[in-house]
Structure formats: structure tokens, C-alpha cells
Design a protein. Structure first.
Length: 178
């Protein structure tokens, strides 16, 4: 079970034209936005990356406007190969990573595999990941699950972190997921 004090959200490469051409892009971007808003309500930290921003462009506005700080730029497919990403996770000292981003079968998969190898518990947010084809998304999710990642959804993860159906954070989460 996810716990607020043990969890970090990783937002991977929701950038430029690529973010607009992945399967179900609008729904995926909305799911990512809900995940980020929910993480803020629950006071769960968020780290975010951009793959080759000079080539792919910046994070799309509907996601970027919800994020704080600077994106961690990377050229490697796996976020873990970028020292600033690894350092950010070490500083946060949390063992569970909620992973969202594009593309499922490349950057998200390689990040999940390396996080798992490093001892993290990985929870892939299925409704907040995508690829250009449905087949590649399915392949990426299957490979991550076989490697030991847990597949979840935005709503499942947020309410798992919330635990109880009462209080101001619960009411705010209800507004976010509706």
C-alpha cells in the first residue's frame, strides 16, 4: 500500500508534439494533471523530467503549469541515468515511486526497470502513461509488470494515499477526480 511519507511522483517527458500524438493524449494529459493536483493536496513531492528539451520542446502547458521548480533535462531514456534525477530521489528518501509519462514502452519502461533494480517499489499509473500506439503501451505495461512494477490508476493511487473517506484532503481529492 502506498503511504504519503514513502511516496514520490515522477512525471516523465510530457513534451511538445509527442505529448499531442500519443494514443488518447487528451485523456492521458488530464490524468497526469489530476495526479499532480492530487499529489499537491496530499503533500507528496513531484519530480519531473524532459527528454532532450532542445529537440522535443518543453513540457506541455497544462502539465507544466502544475509543476514546481525546474524540469530535469535528460538525454538518456531512463530518468535514472540522469544524476540529478537519482539525487532528487535520494534526497527525498522515499521508497515508492508513482510513475506517469510518455512513452510507456521507452522512457517510462526503462525508468521503471532501473528504479526496480535500485530497490524502489514502482507503481505505474496506467491512465497517465501512453505511447504512439496501443500495442507499444500494452508491451510497456506488461514488461514493467513482469519486472515487478505495480499497475495502478490515478484514482486508485490517490485514494490509497488518502486512506480515509473524510476530512478536507478527501473532499479536495473528490473534486480532482470528478
Amino acid at each position: 500500500m502506498l503511504k504519503r511519507d514513502d511516496t514520490v511522483v515522477a512525471i516523465v517527458d510530457f513534451q511538445g508534439k509527442l505529448a499531442r500524438i500519443v494514443r488518447d493524449s487528451e485523456a492521458v494529459l488530464q490524468a497526469a494533471a489530476r495526479l499532480i493536483r492530487g499529489a499537491k493536496v496530499l503533500e507528496v513531492p513531484v519530480v519531473w523530467t524532459e527528454q532532450n528539451p532542445a529537440g522535443l520542446g518543453p513540457t506541455v502547458p497544462e502539465v507544466a503549469e502544475l509543476l514546481e521548480g525546474q524540469a530535469i533535462a535528460k538525454l538518456s531514456f531512463s530518468c535514472c541515468a540522469e544524476p540529478r534525477f537519482a539525487d532528487a530521489l535520494k534526497r527525498l528518501a522515499r521508497k515508492d515511486v508513482l510513475l506517469a509519462g510518455i512513452e510507456t514502452h521507452i522512457c517510462v519502461y526503462q525508468t521503471a526497470a532501473e528504479l526496480l533494480a535500485a530497490g524502489y517499489a514502482v507503481h505505474v499509473v496506467a491512465d497517465a502513461v501512453s505511447s504512439r500506439t496501443s500495442a507499444n503501451k500494452a508491451i510497456g505495461l506488461a514488461k514493467m509488470e513482469r519486472a515487478g512494477a505495480h499497475v495502478t490508476s490515478v484514482e486508485t493511487a490517490l485514494f490509497e494515499l488518502q486512506r480515509i473517506a473524510e476530512g478536507p484532503t478527501f473532499k479536495e481529492l473528490l473534486r480532482i477526480v470528478k
